[in-house]
Ligand binder design. Structure first.
Ligand SMILES: C[S@@+](CC[C@H](N)C(=O)[O-])C[C@H]1O[C@@H](n2cnc3c(N)ncnc32)[C@H](O)[C@@H]1O
Length: 252
């Protein structure tokens, strides 16, 4: 039996980021696989449910919750991620085998856009390539946190003729890319903006697109303590924080 899956980008936090194409795809799905990533991310779990309730006509679909295991931080980063992805792959395989009937379409609601720091496609590719399951999937693009950040600050991501680098806090804390141009930083659990040139400009956003959104912009040396403060207060209140920011050289 060939299993059909839809990988749907749902945007980075605002139900109105869901596109018309995503709504059509949502309505083709029979079984949604909804990840649980621990209590702190319960808000994200609720948003996925809200999107289904808001955009799907009728109730001819079901939701299957599953737990995402914690990633070990004991070894090297890349091997820990590889081991974690293998575990998640086994979970996906079991879900697709046990929960998806013939002629049903499975759905994964991917935060933001599926092409950006998300493992869903890689996991499905591996399952298919290992040949243990006949699997086909479509991908629906979503509004990423990077696009949302740019829109909310009303900024272009790149300057004319210059590159844009999208990278992680882990990498940026080792130095800015030599290619020049603006740098968008994601996955920052270490306040990496303290490890770069304080004369850079920063456009920072947390919970972008949601009711809890916080935006701060300015010269890094002037605003980094404010970002620290607001980030810590938000984390204390909600239990988790998701932020993205762009670093750029001032126009002067
Ligand atoms: C695992 S990545 C997933 C990115 C997602 N696929 C996208 O297109 O935005 C998670 C990171 O995305 C960023 N992020 C996602 N949603 C965000 C939001 N609403 N506000 C700020 N940053 C967000 C943060 O940098 C977070 O650490």
């Amino acid at each position: 039996m060939k299993r059909q899956v839809s990988v749907i980008g749902i945007g980075a936090g605002n139900p109105e980021y869901v596109t018309m194409q995503a709504i059509k795809a949502l309505n083709r799905v029979s079984v949604f696989f909804i990840p649980n990533k621990g209590d702190d991310k319960a808000d994200l779990h609720h948003l996925r449910r809200e999107i289904c309730e808001r955009y799907i006509e009728g109730d001819a679909y079901r939701l299957v919750d599953f737990d995402i295991p914690e990633r070990s931080k004991a070894g090297a980063y890349k091997s820990d991620v590889a081991a974690w992805r293998a575990e998640v792959r086994r979970i996906y395989e079991t879900l697709l085998t046990d929960e998806l009937g013939a002629d049903e379409v499975g759905g994964f609601l991917v935060w933001g856009d599926p092409s950006l720091y998300d493992g869903t496609m890689e996991i499905l590719d591996t399952i298919r390539d290992e040949g243990r399951m006949d699997l086909d999937y479509e991908v629906i693009p979503g509004i990423s946190s990077v696009s949302a950040l740019a829109a909310r600050h009303r900024i272009a991501l790149n300057r004319i003729g210059e590159p844009l680098t999208i990278t992680t806090a882990r990498l940026v804390s080792q130095g800015l890319p030599e290619t020049g141009g603006n740098v968008v930083v994601m996955l920052d659990s270490r306040s990496a903006y303290h490890q770069v040139d304080p004369d850079l400009d920063i456009h920072w956003g947390a919970y972008i697109g949601t009711d809890d959104e916080i935006l701060v912009a300015g010269r890094l040396r002037d605003v980094r303590e404010e970002i620290d403060r607001r980030r810590a207060a938000a984390r204390d209140e909600k239990g988790w924080v998701m932020d993205t920011y762009m670093l750029s050289r001032g126009k002067g």
